[in-house]
Design a protein around this ligand. Structure first.
Ligand code: NAD
Length: 267
């Protein structure tokens, strides 16, 4: 039985992870944590989510509940993550982080801390997107520098970070395959008399509208033809199931930094 603590348990992702865990015979939610001041602290997380009592009260302190669990799943926000990792390290618990918007420096600091605990960090936990990341690398290598790369992502109006962690990961994978530095070639906005497109730039554009769960299209534009590869998430459950799969996988792993490609055996 994998005993799970969900950080951000009443949020959009945390609530789906908590609800879907009931379908897995080998998973149990033993802790549910929200930010201090949340209206529902002290109430049963199952009753908050309308899925029947789970016997787990919503807490506002990871430190107070962490010893009940084997693995902490974090879908909170970029400000909360570092503190949560620190507590998991102190208590030697495994971690799955789906929270996005982390800077490269913040990711490096998490990687360092993962030398003492097993930790999965992935900006997108869906099987489809992770398969796509592998395919994109292959396509970029074959097409090489003759095809212009552009990425367009669309998400719901409440999403706080832009571009999405998934779009950035796609851009990174393609940049690495083409031996480019994304810090130098990433173009995140265009307006006015900007001149011709430079050959090596990788465009990453963001749309925000309504309740779009998450859409990513990568264009490889050549002369006389274009390849477009699109992934559409129609429900958050694909990410939530991925997070639960990652939790079951990481719990018995050696300390270290892993991603979803590791979890899915795509490396
Ligand atoms: P959300 O705002 O609905 O939920 C976040 C929850 O975290 C909120 O309920 C908030 O109160 C809570 N929270 C904030 N600070 C906290 C703290 N210190 N301790 C405990 N809880 C705290 O957001 P969401 O849509 O669920 O997304 C959460 C994160 O997950 C975002 O960064 C989003 O981009 C990312 N995300 C990742 C994937 C993936 O597959 N990796 C998929 C979807 C969303």
């Amino acid at each position: 039985m994998t005993k799970i603590i969900v950080m951000g348990a009443a949020g959009r992702m945390g609530s789906r992870i908590t609800a879907l865990s009931k379908e897995y015979a080998d998973m149990e939610i033993v802790g549910a944590v929200e930010r201090k001041g949340h209206d529902s602290i002290g109430k049963d997380i199952g009753s908050i989510l309308g899925i029947g009592d789970l016997g787990v009260r919503l807490s506002d302190s990871l430190g107070a509940v962490i010893d009940k669990g084997d693995v902490v799943i974090d879908f909170t926000n970029k400000e909360a993550v570092a503190g949560n990792v620190g507590i998991a390290v102190q208590h030697k618990k495994a971690m799955v982080i789906g929270t996005t918007g982390l800077s490269q420096a913040e990711i490096e600091s998490i990687k360092e801390k993962a030398s003492s605990i097993p930790l999965v960090l992935a900006p997108n936990m869906s099987v489809g997107v992770n398969l796509l990341l592998r395919v994109l690398k292959d396509i970029a290598i074959v097409l090489g520098n003759d095809y212009d790369v552009e990425i367009v992502e669309a998400h719901h109006r409440l999403k706080k970070d832009a571009p999405s962690g998934t779009a950035l990961k796609m851009a990174q994978v393609i940049a690495e395959a083409l031996k480019r530095d994304l810090n130098e070639v990433g173009v995140y906005a265009r307006q006015g008399m900007i001149g011709e497109r430079t050959r090596n730039e990788i465009g990453i554009q963001t749309l925000r509208a309504g309740d779009i769960v998450g859409e990513h299209t990568v264009y490889f534009g050549g002369l006389g033809e274009r390849i477009e590869i699109t992934h559409r998430a129609s429900s958050r459950d694909t990410f939530a199931r991925g997070a639960l799969r990652a939790a079951g996988w990481i719990v018995n792993k050696e300390a270290g930094f892993y991603d979803m490609q590791d979890v899915l055996g795509l490396k």
